[in-house]
Design a protein around this ligand. Sequence first.
Ligand code: SAH
Length: 379
Amino acid sequence: MDGQKDSLIGLTRDQLKRALLTVGVEPKQVGMRASQLWNAAYVQGATDFDRMTTLAKPFRRELDERFTLQRPEVVTAQTSSDGTRKWLIRFGPGVEVETVFIPEEDRGTLCVSSQVGCTLNCRFCHTGTQKLVRNLTSAEIVSQILIARDHLREWPHAGRNTTTRQITNVVMMGMGEPLYNFDNVRDALSIVADGEGLSVSKRRITLSTAGVVPMIPKAGAEIGSMLAISLHAVRDEVRDAIVPLNKKYPIKELLAACRAYPGLSNARRITFEYVMLKGVNDSVADAKQLVRLMAGIPAKINLIPFNPWPGAPYECSDWEQIETFGEIVNKAGYASPIRTPRGRDIMAACGQLKSESVKERASARMAALRSRELAGMPH
Ligand code: SAH
């Protein structure tokens, strides 16, 4: 994004109005102007102010001097043999994330990242081998959806028949823990769900968490999307070992927060993700315990065959074992689909995402500053 200009992408409606007031838009016109810009950015997919012919030329010029609608840089765009697409997006030097589009027969899901890297260190997750670089801003989260729509040619002017949308669902299941970047994720999702903009309804937005228990009620109250929980184990000893966050928020507390999540019903269930790790969490006893734990929660269990990555310390459960596990859960009355691995050939499947971003260490920054000083260069 442009270094000097502020992006209008990612601002909530209120923030957008405030931004417009700073460039002299009349208070009584600001609602209308904000709506025009909102429509241009999120319905038309505008990337500059030039073609916004409903706005007077001098006003467009003024907007252009102060603001931008430009996209961040796409470093690589890959397509899997199964049609899954993956984009590596650069927000700044060394600040990169991956975004994945998974087309299916009846829907298209965009998997969006919330952080560069992650703090959680789940043992089976590739992103977990990467340190947290930083939280993404609301603009950077929303930009992932805009970039995907650009590449899928999903805007009206792209000439495609837009009555059938490609991105029907959004999942916060990319890199990072969304509940550790709460405010930016909340603002971004309110923009994604806005009915006069991108219009992905909250029922088609799923936020996945490894179980940041204190933030779950807040997510229910302020975000109101569907919820997914990365459960992965049914006993604290096992979960402590593979999802270290469990030591802070054990299974019992996590499930109590799930039971209290607002608006649950049979039509609006929590998804529990369960990665199938051979010999670790995939026994018949585990399946039976899982059923016990689910009592009283409108739940759907998503069984995820473990996706390998270089150096991963686990293996995927045998297919028969996954089916046996699924049957037990299913017979107890819980839907238990086995998630088909998608995009493995381009490392786009669950848990395979990683970028080369590295946290710039303070000492490295100091060294760089000093060498610039020595060379007589400005900072
Ligand atoms: N931090 C959030 C968002 C990430 S979602 C969370 O944990 O929910 C990514 C999902 O993929 C999580 O359910 C994660 O546990 C799962 N996952 C991670 N590594 C995986 C792997 N190697 N194979 C299959 N699923 C994996």
